[in-house]
Design a protein around this ligand. Structure first.
Ligand SMILES: *Cc1c(COP(=O)(O)O)cnc(C)c1O
Length: 393
């Protein structure tokens, strides 16, 4: 049986898969089983932040593989401690980390911290978590309930109580009450359609929540790890959240989720845990990914790549205004609004046939999440294919 047949027979069919099978990859360039080449403007879904088959990450984890891969969190883990230091220092916040394996797991940790913090005085049970409509926070029973998309709550209930959805930042204040444990937002909604929040509104919200001692949780699973130009988008927005979650790009392709918080005393031994979280292998990857991106940030290379990518995207947008209505995003988390959903699918499919990988976000947004290490040549090649894509649409 070929891969497709094996998948159909033995893998649960939870994904609508595209009929392409990749066999090799380097930085932002992919090859499929027919030796066809693609430029990757998706990096997985914002995961392969330092490119496919990054030599430094590979060499660091190969070295680690030939020694310890996993012991357990019952013992001190040198690369985990170092990864935590690197992540905290890159953020500039006075925080400490808990390591899990995915974005959803990081958000679960964030919710647990907010809720335990909410029970701090033993009198009122503060359990309510306010999230935004069109948000995306994960697929576990709790994080899918935290996700403000009713269509995702069709089955699987009963869900944990206490999730309330605000229709935009403006509506959050009215929903705060004595039982509110936290507010969880994405600064740029990713799956929801590349929707950046207004900076001033976010700053006002952060200030209000501080006055009320309600933790602000920023879900940076997609925006983190320099995707928006700084290590966290919270730095771009110049706020100091109490809790930040990271996953996708911070492991460069090795599964990892991190919840970091300034509320360092809330969780005590026994309150939370993870078998695999922060093991030698994944934390070694985090150390190397953060080092690489720190260096690219310091040298100005990250900014240069982002500027060039955005310049080319702007050109592409301006010359295709019959189809695209707006360019959105921050740093290398970009999108083009497409005039309708049918055209969007057509653009993505035709682009892929022409050798460039793109993502959909929300109902009508073409999403670009290239590796942060994408070269000028790869960017040029990708937009060249996009230009021929538009000619054939
Ligand atoms: C992808 C994503 C998640 C879920 O991450 P998983 O690793 O799939 O669990 C959560 N929040 C945001 C903002 C995401 O983009």
């Amino acid at each position: 049986m070929n891969t497709k047949e094996l998948d159909k027979k033995y893998v649960l069919q939870t994904y609508g898969r595209v009929d392409v099978e990749f066999v090799s990859a380097k930085n932002a360039t992919l090859k499929d089983i027919n030796d066809k080449q693609y430029i990757d403007f998706t990096s997985g879904i914002g995961v392969v932040s330092v490119g496919h088959a990054n030599e430094r990450v590979n060499s660091a984890i190969s070295k680690q593989l030939s020694n310890i891969t996993h012991i357990s969190n019952l013992y001190y883990i040198e690369p985990q401690a170092r990864a935590a230091q690197k992540v905290v220092e890159a953020s500039g916040y006075d925080m400490a980390c808990f390591f899990g394996n995915s974005g959803a797991e990081a958000n679960e940790g964030a919710i647990k911290i907010a809720r335990k913090h909410g029970e701090r005085d033993g009198k009122i049970k503060r359990y309510k978590i306010i999230t935004l409509q069109h948000s995306f926070h994960g697929r576990t029973i709790t994080t899918v309930k935290a996700t403000g998309q009713e269509a995702m709550h069709n089955y699987f209930g009963p869900f944990p109580d206490g999730f309330v959805y605000a229709n935009g930042i403006d509506e959050i204040e009215a929903l705060l009450d004595d039982h509110t444990a936290g507010v969880m937002i994405e600064l740029i909604q990713g799956e929801g359609g590349v929707e950046p929040q207004d900076k001033q509104k976010v700053q006002a919200l952060a200030k209000l929540l501080k006055e009320k001692h309600i933790p602000l949780i920023v879900d940076e699973v997609q925006t983190g790890a320099y995707r928006t130009g700084e290590f966290t988008a919270s730095q771009v927005y110049e706020i100091e959240p109490e809790i930040i979650t990271l996953a996708k790009g911070v492991g460069g392709g090795i599964p990892v989720g991190i919840v970091m918080t300034s509320l360092k005393e809330v969780l005590c031994p026994g309150d939370h845990g993870s078998t695999f979280g922060g093991n030698y292998l994944s934390s070694t990857a985090v150390c190397e990914v953060v080092d690489i991106l720190n260096e690219k940030k310091a040298s100005g290379e990250l900014e240069k790549t982002s500027q060039y990518f955005n310049q080319e995207l702007e050109k592409f947008y301006v010359s295709n205004k019959a189809i695209f209505t707006q360019k959105v995003g921050i740093g290398m988390m970009c999108g083009l609004r497409v005039k309708d959903a049918d055209t969007l699918s057509k653009v993505i499919n035709t682009a892929r046939e022409n050798g460039v990988m793109l993502l959909k976000a929300g109902r009508n947004t073409l999403r670009f999440l290239p590796p942060l290490t994408i070269t000028k040549e790869e960017i040029d090649e990708g937009f060249k294919s996009l230009v021929s894509t538009m000619a054939s649409i």
